[in-house]
Ligand binder design. Structure first.
Ligand code: ACO
Length: 428
């Protein structure tokens, strides 16, 4: 027997049977609920989409209560342990882990596209010396659409595949150029003999040596951080990617919008905010006072809390373990002690426990990035590089989904109704 939900409208006494699929009802099925035939019909009110599924997806599974994260069914812990970023990106984009020949062809194809058009580097040189690298990243990704106008043919699978290769390959190059610009050093060309993460380190940190050799621990740490950040289902930036893409904009424009959404301190900017918060707290003795202010509602404990995870974020667990390996190479980040103490207090304090506020992915990632030599401004950019894989996979899933249309939420209008225009001189 098909599952249904019976709704009784107390206003009219009428009953409605609404089909239930996958534990959800279709919001449009509520439109039949009306008091008078000429009214619009019942809507749901859901600011911030707290309880609305906007798509059916096969990419990423999260169980926020149990702290489970899986890409295409593979647990994040196994991927972080055994995979590398390009393999994980392939999995996220195409649904299956690649065979060895597929993996080799994919890696070669991506690495062929790492170079940036010379005019793009000129565009990036035009930014002020103190431009935020995320602002540079967003603008340059948007500018890619003018370099690759063929990207507009979004319903060509071949074109989508080419733009995917370009985007996955070029985002580290753009990120590295943004970093080099901010420290006043010349741009480094890619070295395609290196791994994806190894080449990124080369573009960031190579000085005068003819061949850059990445530190294997830092290279692996970056791969793992990239794997952990590759997708996270319908978060703010991914929903933005889908929303912009739903108007059939090209993938570069859509991705620039997604990156802009990631920039905010409540989303991808949180790791930057964590570091600023720790620096501002300044010393262990200031921690109790800081916690008191957070509990009084004067600011948030950045890197804590999550819309979906109501237990320890599984990515934070992996990052916390990896921090020790990185600090063996780089030396300990002096802010680590404060972060550990904040976590210890918060996990025992009723304010945080009762609200199910646990460390999220960003609580420790910033400490690692800082120890590796990245300025805090670069943190959201480091997030955007791997998330590019997730954004494209979600965008492509949206384009191929017959249920999807241009995104267009409804509103409840609460403003003034029809009134007559008053000339300026007669206004009070
Ligand atoms: N510090 C202190 N209190 C918090 C925090 C925090 N970090 N997060 C939530 N709360 C409190 C709220 O004040 C609220 O308390 P109340 O019920 O007494 O009003 C309660 O917990 C619920 O918070 P909401 O804001 O309703 O939770 P929401 O799901 O909307 O927010 C968010 C999730 C934005 C991540 C929030 O926890 C936050 O601002 N955290 C800090 C920023 C951060 O780390 N963001 C990174 C998220 S992970 C990512 O994007 C990769």
């Amino acid at each position: 027997m098909p599952e249904t939900l019976t709704i009784t409208d107390n206003r009219t006494g009428r009953q409605y049977e609404v089909p239930v699929h996958d534990g959800t009802i279709k919001a449009t099925d509520l439109r039949q609920i009306k008091v008078t035939a000429d009214e619009f019909g019942m809507m749901t009110y859901d600011p911030a989409f707290m309880n609305t599924a906007a798509c059916r997806s096969r990419i990423t599974f999260i169980d926020g209560d149990k702290g489970i994260l899986e890409y295409r069914g593979y647990p994040i812990e196994q991927l972080a342990e055994q995979s590398d970023f390009l393999e994980t990106a392939y999995l996220i984009l195409f649904g299956e882990l690649p065979t060895r020949p597929q993996y080799e062809a994919w890696t070669k194809d991506v690495m062929l596209h790492t170079m940036l058009h010379t005019n793009l580097s000129k565009l990036m040189e035009g930014f002020r010396h103190d431009a935020h690298p995320m602002g540079m990243f967003i603008s340059t990704v948007g500018a890619l659409s003018t370099f690759y106008p063929d990207a507009k043919t979004i319903f060509s699978q071949e074109s989508r595949r080419l733009q995917t290769l370009r985007l996955i390959a070029k985002v580290p190059s753009i990120a590295a150029y943004a970093f080099r610009h901010s420290i006043g050093r010349p741009f480094n060309l890619p070295d395609n003999d290196l791994s994806y993460a190894g080449n990124f380190l080369n573009m960031l940190f190579r000085m005068t040596e003819p061949k850059f050799t990445p530190d294997p621990v830092l290279e692996r740490a970056l791969e793992v951080l990239f794997i952990l950040h590759a997708d996270h289902e319908q978060n703010c930036s991914t929903s933005t990617m889908r929303a912009i893409g739903s108007s059939h904009a090209d993938p570069y424009s859509s991705l620039a919008g997604a990156a802009a959404a990631l920039y905010g301190p409540l989303h991808g900017g949180a790791n930057e905010a964590v570091l600023r918060m720790l620096t501002e707290i300044g010393s262990m003795s200031n921690i109790p006072g800081f916690i008191k202010r957070v509990k009084a509602g004067e600011g948030r404990l950045m890197g804590f809390g999550h819309r979906v995870y109501k237990s320890y974020d599984p990515r934070a667990k992996i990052i916390k373990r990896m921090a020790d390996l990185v600090f063996e190479v780089t030396g300990k980040n002096p802010l680590l002690e404060m972060a550990l103490e904040l976590e210890r207090i918060a996990l025992e304090d009723d304010y945080f426990v009762s609200r199910k506020l646990y460390p999220n992915v960003d609580f420790y990632s910033g400490l690692i990035y800082q120890a590796m030599g990245f300025p805090v401004d670069m943190f959201p950019v480091l997030f955007a590089i791997p998330r590019t894989a997730g954004w494209i996979a979600q965008w492509e899933e949206m384009l191929n989904d017959p249920d999807q249309k241009i995104v267009r939420p409804r509103q409840i209008y609460i403003g003034a109704r029809t009134r007559n225009y008053v000339p300026k001189e007669k206004r009070k």
